[in-house]
Design a protein around this ligand. Structure first.
Ligand code: FES
Length: 82
């Protein structure tokens, strides 16, 4: 599966001590791109559990999921993930 995510930041986010989960003592960084608390995981990745491998998805602000045409990535072209 692939997911299209729009990001508007043009700089880093520095982690602060207050970003640490008081109960777990860790910081969970979102890797799915769907978190409303990005760059931190808020559990929104659970919506991706039934995504199919060869399908590309877009999620709107209300969490509605759409299937879109496959986007060609650099990895598709030259086998690189950089
Ligand atoms: S990994 Fe993105 S919300 Fe958890």
């Amino acid at each position: 599966m692939t997911r299209l995510v729009e990001l508007e930041a043009n700089g880093p986010r520095k982690l602060e001590p207050s970003d640490i989960d008081d109960e777990k003592g860790d910081v969970a960084v979102c890797q799915c791109g769907l978190s409303a608390s990005f760059p931190f995981c808020d559990g929104s990745h659970r919506r991706t559990g039934d995504e199919e491998e060869a399908t590309t998805y877009v999620y709107d602000d209300d969490g509605e999921r759409s299937v879109v045409e496959r986007v060609v990535t650099r990895e598709d072209v030259d086998g690189s993930d950089e």
